[in-house]
Structures are given as C-alpha cells and as structure tokens.
Design a protein around this ligand. Structure first.
Ligand code: ADP
Ligand code: MG
Length: 259
C-alpha cells in the first residue's frame, strides 16, 4: 500500500502559525517527527492549536514560518495536480464526518476513490464493479454492510464516522489525519469508533496523527502522545508509560510568561 520507504512520514520544524496579522498565535514554534506506522495523538484543550497543526499537514493551512514535510514533500508548496495527488495520499477524518448527506453510505465511501478515477462520476453504477466491491468490503470492515444503500444523513453519528473511516481506507492513504474524530459522539460510540480506528490502522500499518481532547481516550490507544498547550508542546511521550496525572499537564492553565 505504501509507496514510501522507511523513515519519517511527517517532519515539522520550528512551526509557527499566526492569524489576524500576528494577533493570534495559534502555533508557537513546534517541532516533531512522526515515524512510519506510528499512531500519534495530539492532545490539548480547545484552542491549543491541534486543528491548526493538522491542517498544515494537509495544506489546508500554510505555515507562517518553519517547515512542514509530509511524505517527503512540503504541502504548502504544492499546487494543482501535485496538490491533488498529495491529498489523495493523506486521508482526513473530520469531527463532523463531512459526508454528503443525501448520498448513500457506499457512495460516500466511493468518493474516497474519486481522485483515482478520471472524470465526473454520478451515481453508484458509474463506478466500476471492482471499485464497488472494494467499497463494500470496507463497509463490512466497519460493520456497516447492511447500511450500504442507506442515505448518510439517516445514519447515527457513530455510524457516519464509521463511513468516514471506510472512506479514508478507500483512499489507500500513506497517512491518516483525524481531527477530534469522536468529539461529536456519545461515550459509547466514541469508544467503538476509536477501537475501530485503532484496529484498522494497525492491520494496515498506517501512520496516524489524531487530535483528541480527552486524555482517557488517548491512553491505551496511541503509541505516542504529544500534548499541546497554548500552541506549544508541553509533553511528548510514549503513550504506554503515560499516567493520567502526567497527561494532566495539558489542562494546567497557560503560563502568561509563555504567551
Ligand atoms: P484546537 O483545534 O486545539 O481547538 P485551533 O487550532 O482550532 O485549536 O485554534 C488555535 C487558536 O487559533 C485558537 O485561539 C483559535 O481561535 C485560533 N484560530 C484558529 N483558526 C483561526 C482562523 N482561521 N482565524 C483566526 N484565528 C484562528
Ligand atoms: Mg480543533
């Protein structure tokens, strides 16, 4: 599945992102690398810079200074065909699922493969048979084969996010980014979705960068945790040896000296 060799999938150096002409400092000079196959959680309270960081990994935001390298390329420098090709290799799982509500679950999954198909595709039958079978197989893996032809907006939140995961897998990504994938879900669905995301990315040996604000969900799920507070890294540790007390550093109020 991967076209890359070994080595780091993500390399971030001295990354800074400001908004409103520098008035808002969302990310204040962070550096870290993500080796292939690692499941990394970016943990932090609301406003700590998680989404801004993730969005720079997929060229949805451009750095103010510093560098971001993903799969050997600088996303901010890509345009047109190169950018489309890059985005095909990087799957994004959203907090609010971002499904097309009026389309069926399977059509949403198939849209993950759209980039690989030339020309517009309208309706299920416009896709080649083998692609439909592949999409169905992904829906089976997320436990939703029986909902394949149901409109996405009639599914529960947890089911919609499972479709989101199937769509990401359909992309055959080299990197999976997930921005608070369970923030809109109840605790039970959150657990189900996180477990599924762990199992499937483990099976495919995928590199994952996932933002979360709940420490208890991250412990036991991640290989490594990076804690952000006020746009800075306050923790970077093997997640298996991390205690909830250590992780609570992210909740400490931001030191005004650091602002
Ligand atoms: P998180 O995802 O951890 O909640 P964000 O990365 O969304 O944090 O936000 C970090 C900071 O940057 C916040 O203060 C937020 O208000 C600010 N911010 C994010 N995006 C923008 C934007 N487009 N314009 C202005 N400020 C922004
Ligand atoms: Mg966010």
């Amino acid at each position: 599945m991967s076209t890359q060799g070994t080595g780091d999938v993500v390399v971030i150096k001295d990354l800074v992102k400001t908004f409103n002409k520098g008035k808002v400092q969302a990310v204040k000079g962070i550096s870290f690398s993500v080796p292939r196959g690692q499941r990394l959680v970016l943990m932090g309270l609301s406003g700590s810079g998680k989404s801004t960081t993730l969005r720079m990994l997929n060229a949805l935001n451009t750095p103010t200074s510093g560098t971001v390298e993903v799969l050997g390329q600088e996303p901010a420098k890509l345009k047109g065909k190169d950018l489309r090709h890059f985005r095909r290799r990087v799957a994004f799982i959203f907090q609010h699922f971002n499904l097309v509500g009026r389309l069926s679950a399977i059509e949403n999954v198939l849209s993950g493969a759209l980039g690989a198909v030339r020309g517009p595709r309208y309706g299920l039958m416009a896709y080649p048979d083998e692609m439909r079978q592949e999409a169905m197989a992904h829906l089976e893996r997320v436990g939703l084969a029986e909902k394949a032809f149901q409109r996405a907006n009639t599914l529960s939140g947890g089911q919609q996010q499972r479709v989101g995961i199937a769509r990401a897998l359909m992309q055959k990504p080299d990197l999976v980014l997930a921005d608070e994938p369970v923030a809109s879900l109840d605790p039970e669905s959150s657990m189900q979705v996180m477990t599924l995301l762990k199992e499937l990315t483990e099976e495919e040996n995928l590199t994952v960068v996932c933002s979360l604000h709940q420490v208890e969900l991250a412990i036991g799920w991640a290989d490594r945790m990076i804690g952000l507070r006020g746009g800075q890294i306050v923790l970077d540790q093997d997640a298996r040896s991390l205690s909830p007390e250590e992780a609570s550093v992210i909740y400490t109020s931001v030191d005004p000296e650091l602002q």
